[in-house]
Structure formats: C-alpha cells, structure tokens
Design a protein around this ligand. Structure first.
Ligand SMILES: [Zn+2]
Length: 215
C-alpha cells in the first residue's frame, strides 16, 4: 500500500503531545509524538521542551533517513524509534512514545500486559509484549520495537516505557491510554487475587484490530 499520511500533521502532533501530558501519561518533557506527512517526511516533537509551552514553530520535520528538513530545534532523542515504525509499517501514520506509569511498571518487571481486558484486545490486538532491551535513542531500540508491533498497536520498551502506533497521532494516543489502563487494571487485579484471561485464543479481536489498522 502507499504510505498512509496525516493531513495537517503539525497540528495533529501538537494536539496529541499536549493531550498526552494532560492525561498524565508523561512528565512535562518526556514522551514524544510524530506523524507522517503527505510528502513522506515526519513531523516530530523537539527534544527537551515542555509541551505546555510548545507551539507549531517548535516542531521539527525530518526526512525518512532522519535528516532535519524543517524547523529550528533538534528532533526528539527517540527519533530513531519513530523512523523505524514508519519504515516498517506503511499503514502507520502516527507514533506516540510515553512513560505511562503502570505500563512502565510492567516494562521494568519485564512482564507483558495480558489480554485480560476486552478493550485491550479490541484496540491493540491482544497481549502487549516487552521488546528486547536496547538503550534509549538507539537504532537497536527501534528494531526491537518493530519486531513486536507487526500485529499489535503497542509494545513495552524494557526498563523504559511504551510505544504505540496508529492511523494518526490521536489513534496512537488512544491505544496508549488503553494499554496504560489495562496495565493498571491487571496490576490491581493481581493485588486482589488473580487475573483471568479472556476466553478463547483472541483471534476475533486480532482480526478486528488488523482490519481497523489496515482498513
Ligand atoms: Zn522514553
């Protein structure tokens, strides 16, 4: 397929970055958001800038090789992670990287988030795995994440956080929220006693997820 893109990518990135903070999924300068533009370039949040004061002028445009082609700031230090997702998945047009608390707890414990919550299966495809550890900002981190994202909307990054992919930044933000809620619910359910998995192998949910992602 031709690569999917987002109309008005810059506004979509800024709105999503600010909503990511408003929902408490990141601290003020952590986390980053990007979108694929119609020309194939990426619009991405800059490194180390409080997104409460971020404007459209602060966003950075990079080509698919990571060369800066627009904006005056440095792109996010996790640019390689974003580039890897777009290179691997033409149907993806939005990427959100976050340090959501409960998802990060699972990432530190190196435990996947099981498909025990309906909405996780529906919107993210099922169980959310932990990608192999690689240092922040490295090309290897992008490679590790991509290996887990072929049929899932998100993956945990070992000892770090989460990355989610979607049809747009808003879609990736929604998946981020769903995974974080599922991680919180599972952690609480374990404290109460046990976690009961959803019945069946989850093929219907995975099929629905794939249709939504590729449709
Ligand atoms: Zn990070």
């Amino acid at each position: 397929m031709a690569a999917r893109f987002v109309e008005d990518a810059a506004s979509a990135v800024l709105d999503t970055a600010q909503e990511l903070l408003a929902r408490g999924l990141v601290d003020v300068t952590s986390g980053n958001v990007s979108a694929r533009r119609c020309d194939g370039a990426l619009c991405i949040t800059p490194t180390s800038l409080d997104c409460r004061v971020m404007t459209l002028d602060d966003l950075v445009v990079v080509d698919p090789s990571g060369q800066v082609v627009g904006g005056w700031r440095q792109p996010s230090s996790e640019m390689s992670l974003h580039l890897a997702c777009y290179a691997a998945f033409p149907e993806v047009a939005g990427v959100v990287h976050s340090h959501a608390l409960h998802a990060s707890m699972f990432a530190v414990a190196r435990q996947s988030v099981p498909a025990a919550v309906d909405e996780l299966a529906m919107y993210a495809g099922g169980e959310i795995a932990v990608a192999d550890y690689a240092p922040s900002g490295s090309v290897a981190l992008g490679d590790a994440a991509v290996r887990c994202l072929a049929d899932r909307g998100a993956t945990l990054l070992a000892n770090h956080g989460m990355v989610a992919v979607g049809r747009s930044p808003a879609d990736a933000l929604h998946i981020t929220t769903v995974v974080e809620r599922a991680a919180r619910i599972v952690a609480g359910a374990r404290a109460l006693g046990r976690v009961v998995a959803l019945p069946g192998p989850g093929e219907d949910a995975l099929h629905a997820y794939r249709s939504a992602r590729h449709g």
